[in-house]
Design a protein around this ligand. Structure first.
Ligand code: BGC
Length: 370
């Protein structure tokens, strides 16, 4: 038996070697050159695993090879990742920064080596060395979250709990700005009462906040994009909330991971009768929460689209061309060209028509009510 197996193996190797000699070419992957380096913030959040999976799917159809590295929430590791990709000869860097300002040094290093820099999903701040920004419309994400709450609030005095992303992520500001645009008029007219931020309360009559004002509010309500921090903050908020801030409540949660942590905390408080809570990313675990009635909505950002845009931009740069743009984003130093992709609200009513029908997920990925 063993003898037969090794014979088969020898024959296979010989056949392969002949094929390479005869056709003059090695297996296809070996031909592909490493032209694109992709650096994502962390493996610890399902959102970025979604991006990795979709990149790997999409890259199969390109003539170039790409390498994906993760920074694990550490700007030093992020910079080392970028440097290692530069040394391997990449032509384009697709970087989603963990810390928007710290990542400027990595972008500068890439530019100094003649590498084009594409900021992916999150904007790199404080450097002229960002050639393009591939992104969803993050203001729209916040607006859709805020509008979802507004559309479900009746009467006056509804308790509103506000939560935000990390201060080091420019998107946290865009999400909050979008949500504030629709929530603020409804706070000012008494529909909502802010339950957990005196900084936001002090600014509740102001529609257009400065970055510094937003920083002050976000500083009080940040989850740091971390599930445990989100849970701890929600627990601390509920521990000091008076009875008037309990009952039927409304919660602005910035993304799915934090939404699940916050929702679980609110669900465990016997004085909370009902809650409406937002989310973002259409993570599988949150889609199940939505089906089960534990999370109200998510903002679906079709990562396939973002990945497609990023790869197209990279291919254009490799060909020496310049990608089109519809809008620019100021990163403190430069107006960075971008073509933001729209986003979609998903809740219990349309989950099948959106996520399943589009093939983003399979129906069998979830448990459905009988
Ligand atoms: C992304 C979100 C993500 C969050 C936390 C944001 O910059 O746009 O999709 O949930 O970071 O990782």
């Amino acid at each position: 038996m063993n003898h037969r197996r090794s014979l088969v193996a020898v024959v296979l190797v010989l056949l392969l070697a002949t094929a390479v000699v005869v056709t003059g070419c090695a297996p296809k992957t070996a031909e592909k050159k490493l032209y694109v380096g992709i650096v994502l913030p962390t493996k610890d959040e399902p959102r970025w695993i979604q991006d990795e999976t979709r990149f790997n799917d999409a890259l199969k159809d390109t003539p170039y090879k790409a390498e994906i590295l993760f920074s694990q929430g550490d700007p030093a590791k992020e910079k080392a990742n970028v440097e290692s990709l530069i040394s391997k000869g990449i032509k384009v860097l697709i970087l989603c920064p963990h810390d928007a300002s710290a990542a400027a040094a990595a972008a500068d290093a890439a530019a100094a080596a003649g590498v084009k820099v594409v900021s992916y999903d999150r904007l790199i701040l404080g450097t002229k060395n960002v050639d393009y920004y591939v992104t969803f419309d993050s203001i729209e994400v916040g607006q859709k979250q805020g509008q979802y709450l507004v559309d479900r609030a009746q009467g006056k005095g509804n308790p509103l709990y506000l939560y935000a992303g990390a201060l080091s992520d420019n998107n946290s500001f865009l999400f909050f700005e979008g949500a504030w645009r629709v929530l603020q008029p409804k706070i000012a007219d008494g529909t909502f009462v802010i339950a957990n931020s005196d900084k936001a309360k002090a600014l509740q009559n102001k529609l257009n906040l400065t970055r510094d004002e937003m920083s002050q509010i976000i500083g009080q309500i940040t989850t740091n994009w971390d599930f445990n921090s989100a849970k701890n903050l929600a627990e601390a908020n509920l521990a000091v909330a008076p009875a008037s801030m309990k009952g039927n409540v409304f919660i602005l949660a910035p993304n799915d991971g934090t939404a699940r942590a916050i929702a679980d905390t609110f669900a465990a408080d016997p004085a909370i009768k009902s809650y409406v809570i937002t989310g973002q990313d259409a993570e599988k675990a949150s889609v199940q929460y939505i089906i089960d009635g534990k999370q109200s909505m998510t903002v679906w950002k079709d990562v396939r689209e973002l990945v497609k845009d990023a790869i197209n931009v990279a291919l254009l740069y490799i060909d020496g061309k310049t990608p089109e743009y519809t809008k620019t984003y100021n990163n403190g130093v430069k107006e960075v060209p971008a073509k933001p992709t729209p986003v979609v609200v998903v809740d219990k009513d349309n989950v099948k028509d959106t996520l399943i029908k589009s093939g983003y997920y399979n129906e069998s990925d979830f448990t459905w009510p009988k």
